[in-house]
Design a binder for this molecule. Structure first.
Ligand code: F6P
Length: 189
């Protein structure tokens, strides 16, 4: 059976600073994760074919850098666009906006940016293609992996924006007739 592997990029400099969005490079810990990924993936996939999909942002491309497989970058895999809040810390964002966001996080759309609902829509072509493919590893972003994970596990929209998708963890989903089997591999860094 084929599997879909999901991972966030390694810790970025913006993750360290608690900043939203941006196009930062990896932190030293993030680089350690990138260096550990090839062996972890190889242990799992063996000699089966695999293709790696990243976003167009540097932190995902850098995380995939040492993986010896064909790669594809998708603009549709870029992180949720935080509009006017891009580059801010959560504490620095507008208090009213953030109250609204927690009221209905799935539908909350950043000014000049996107909502989780918008991201689910833009991921449709990615999901269509995923359904047709063999083994795929997606190196993505927190909001993006939440949406993909919720799709494969059929989880309710309201829960989706709160799913725990930790850094430095490879998630393996193996679709079955109904639902998916799941395994997680945490890289201790
Ligand atoms: O903090 C990292 C990050 O990927 C941000 O770029 C993004 O806005 C956020 O996570 C998404 O998570 P949440 O919707 O919980 O703020």
């Amino acid at each position: 059976p084929r599997s879909i592997y999901l991972s966030r990029h390694g810790e970025s400099q913006f993750n360290v600073e608690g900043k939203i969005g941006g196009d930062a490079l990896l932190s030293p810990r993030g680089m350690e994760y990138a260096a550990a990924l090839p062996a972890l993936v190889k242990d799992n996939v063996g000699d089966a074919p695999l293709t790696v999909w990243t976003s167009t942002l540097r932190r995902t491309i850098q995380t995939a850098g040492d993986l010896p497989y064909p790669k594809l970058t998708w603009k549709s895999l870029d992180e949720l666009d935080a509009g006017v809040c891009d580059g801010m810390t959560y504490e620095a964002t507008y208090p009213d906006d953030f109250a609204n966001r927690d009221d209905d996080k799935f539908n909350y759309r950043y000014r000049g940016g996107e909502s989780y609902r918008d991201v689910v829509v833009r991921l449709e072509p990615v999901i269509m293609e995923l359904e047709r493919q063999d083994n795929i590893l997606i190196i993505g972003h927190q909001a993006i992996i939440r949406c993909l994970y919720a799709y494969f596990h059929n989880l309710p929209q309201a829960d989706l924006p709160y799913l725990k998708i930790p850094l430095h963890t490879l998630i393996k989903l193996t679709p079955k007739a109904y639902g998916c089997d799941e395994e997680r591999y945490k890289v201790p860094i």
